[in-house]
Design a binder for this molecule. Structure first.
Ligand SMILES: Cc1cc2nc3c(=O)[nH]c(=O)nc-3n(C[C@H](O)[C@H](O)[C@H](O)COP(=O)(O)O)c2cc1C
Length: 168
């Protein structure tokens, strides 16, 4: 798919068909995150693919929405605050930045595979960390359900370009 078409096809999908993406599709999507850039190339991340019925049911408890029960696969992008780069001048932790880039690589790769996804950050962090047995340094940053969309493709609604872009 052409890159700008992929960008436009990546919209938040909140209803999925029961058909599972293939293992090859999921592996290609994960490889897109594997190749993502990160500050100082620290790669402070892990990607947990939740695909068994039992684990999907547990993970859904951390974000209790009916639509999420339709997702056949959920990838949880986990950041590590001990591994990520902290800016020397002010100590700023770049975990969120790195994980956001990697998660969007996942979402764009999913769109390129003809699959839908949806960023989820409004989950119960404590609950999800416990379910996934994360360490004290780790934080689940994004839950990304992936599957074939069972709803029409929605056009983006965005501010006008001239409101947000300036050439100086
Ligand atoms: C950082 C971030 C967090 C988000 N968290 C959630 C969420 O918890 N639940 C949800 O349904 N959508 C969530 N979204 C999806 C946004 O609502 C969505 O991207 C936005 O409305 C634009 O729509 P689009 O993705 O279809 O272009 C999140 C998106 C981002 C980037």
């Amino acid at each position: 798919m052409e890159f700008y078409e992929v960008v436009n096809r990546r919209t938040s999908v909140r209803r999925y068909k029961s058909e599972r993406p293939s293992r090859e599709q999921i592996e290609r999507i994960l490889e897109a995150a594997h190749q993502a850039p990160s500050a100082c190339n620290r790669q402070p991340w892990r990607f947990i693919v939740v695909e068994s019925g039992e684990m999907l049911a547990k993970v859904r408890k951390a974000y209790d929405r009916e639509w999420l029960t339709t997702a056949p696969v959920v990838i949880v992008a986990v950041g590590n605050h001990a591994e990520c780069w902290h800016r020397a001048a002010d100590g700023k932790d770049h975990c969120d930045v790195d994980l956001a880039i990697a998660a969007e690589h996942l979402a764009l790769a999913a769109a390129n595979e003809g699959l839908g996804s949806c960023w989820i950050c409004n989950f119960d962090r404590q609950q999800l960390s416990e379910i996934l047995s994360l360490t004290a340094d780790e934080e689940p940053i994004v839950m990304l359900p992936i599957g074939y969309a069972d709803e029409p493709l929605k056009p983006h609604t965005r501010k006008a370009a001239n409101e947000i872009i300036s050439f100086v």
